[in-house]
Design a protein. Structure first.
Length: 488
């Protein structure tokens, strides 16, 4: 409890940090504009030079005029459209897909407008120049924004560029929102306090300082604590008229008002906002776990795992020889795991522990009976096993499990049958889909995660499955494996 309370900033230096953070955050859209300008200009110049040197759409056009006349006009049009689609709005930086959607939409409109204008005016513009401009410009601008976002996220994860946040709501709901903000520091919300109805204590059960009751939602309170964001969640007791008055109070103080619904762990593409009669209705699409069982995912699993298995066979052979020479024991370790709909299967791994590791487990486990039991310094791990586990090489034989249909490349962690016996109704939803070699649990910390965090991530994956998410997890897995974070 003390550690959690200590994470909330209450020091006298808050004003200086708040001013610096606000100033830096105002510069993020400026930095994005400058970066876009340089990348678009660079793409236009390369397109003109490339059109001159590459045999694309041969024709008798003046390349210099493309660069000196069309180049500046195209650059200005492109950037104006990014601005029109909200690509420089401060709210799109750091999280979500709106930033990249704005860039894609602006690029599409810029290409369309350029082609229509050239066609109607009969301007002699080289087609190769047009193709190269957008073929180079779109990925360049998108990559630039991704790198800028990565820098912003890393700064926030280290505690910089945080927005001071007050949460208004019931203590339980305040703790739920605060837990997400504390866990996902890269979002940039620093909780400095809460306003709870009939506040009876100095802190909520989760350790958030209570700085007043809901009657204190006013510009005076916000200014007193130098707040950047005001979160209103369930249990606040504020009606529609109260929220409207809060908006009026804050309208001249540059404080962002966010109303958080009482639903969490729902992907953005499952949410549709539909204002009806002045009511912002939120439509939620149903869970998507059934889609993860269809042919597209299975086809991808079979093809990709077969190709990957052929690529890693030499490395597996070397690892197998090392294991065999180390202690003379078997190379493979077969462990019974629970798959989709509770069906058990033999999960394959390279053996990284001593031969009698299972018989030693009860003495090491003690009274721990919930979740997966792992020790950071497990005395049963062999010398080759330490290196193989560090880079997850021991899990590569599970590609055979994927080919057999027991597992998927991406999915929830395959549980032990003893774990499943202790599942409640919610946790059993993990068994709706095939378990995976990797998943959200792996790219989010692996063995460093608590049991509750692992379950939450697995349930999120089951309910919000998409092929795009699978591809993203596979790409993130490479970084997680190379960094060895949470691997032991």
């Amino acid at each position: 409890m003390t550690e959690r309370i200590a994470t909330y900033d209450q020091g006298s230096a808050a004003a200086i940090r708040t001013f610096a953070a606000r100033r830096a955050l105002r510069l993020v859209p400026v930095a994005a504009f400058v970066l876009d300008l340089l990348l678009v200009l660079g793409s236009v110049v390369l397109a003109a030079l490339g059109r001159h040197r590459l045999p694309l759409f041969p024709g008798d056009f003046d390349v210099a005029s493309n660069l000196t006349v069309v180049g500046p006009a195209l650059t200005a049009l492109w950037l104006l459209l990014i601005r029109a689609f909200g690509g420089y709005d401060a709210k799109v930086f750091g999280a979500g897909t709106q930033e990249l959607k704005a860039i894609l939409s602006a690029t599409s409109y810029a290409a369309g407008l350029l082609c229509v204008t050239v066609y109607l005016s009969h301007y002699p513009l080289a087609r190769g120049f047009v193709v190269l401009s957008f073929a180079l410009g779109l990925p360049a601008v998108a990559l630039g924004r991704i790198l800028l976002r990565r820098a912003l996220v890393n700064a926030r994860a280290r505690g910089h560029l945080q927005q001071r946040t007050v949460i208004v709501g019931g203590s339980r709901h305040v703790d739920d929102i605060a837990a997400v903000m504390l866990r996902e520091r890269w979002l940039g919300y620093q909780v400095v306090g809460a306003l709870c109805p009939a506040a009876g204590g100095r802190t909520t059960p989760g350790g958030v300082p209570v700085i007043g009751d809901v009657t204190g939602v006013s510009a005076v309170l916000v200014l007193a604590h130098r707040v950047d964001v005001l979160f209103v969640t369930e249990g606040s007791g504020l009606g529609a008229a109260d929220l409207r008055r809060v908006q009026w109070d804050l309208e001249t103080h540059q404080v962002q008002l966010i109303v958080a619904p009482s639903v969490t762990d729902i992907a953005g593409d499952r949410v549709r906002m539909r204002p009806v009669g002045g009511l912002p209705l939120m439509h939620l699409e149903g869970p998507r776990w059934a889609s993860a069982l269809r042919g597209a995912k299975r086809t991808f699993d079979v093809v990709f795992s077969a190709l990957l298995l052929m690529a890693v066979l030499p490395g597996l052979a070397v690892a197998a020889l090392w294991i065999r020479l180390d202690d003379g024991g078997p190379v493979l370790f077969r462990q019974t795991r629970t798959g989709r709909d509770g069906r058990e299967f033999a999960c394959l791994k390279l053996r990284t522990m001593v031969v009698d590791a299972e018989s030693r487990l009860p003495a090491l486990r003690g009274d721990v009976v919930v979740g997966l039991f792992k020790l950071r310094e497990d005395p049963r791990v062999t010398r080759p096993g330490r290196l193989l586990r560090r880079f997850s090489v021991d899990e590569l034989p599970q590609l055979l499990n994927v080919l057999r249909g027991d597992m998927s490349l991406v999915g929830p962690r395959p549980p032990l049958p003893t774990e499943v016996l202790g599942y409640d109704a919610d946790t059993r939803r993990r068994l709706h889909v095939r378990p995976g070699m990797t998943g959200l649990w792996q790219v989010s910390g692996r063995s460093d995660l608590t049991w509750a965090e692992t379950v939450r991530l697995d349930l999120y994956y089951v309910d919000n499955w998409s092929m795009v998410q699978d591809l993203s997890i596979l790409l993130r897995t490479v970084g997680a494996v190379l960094s060895s974070r949470g691997a032991y």
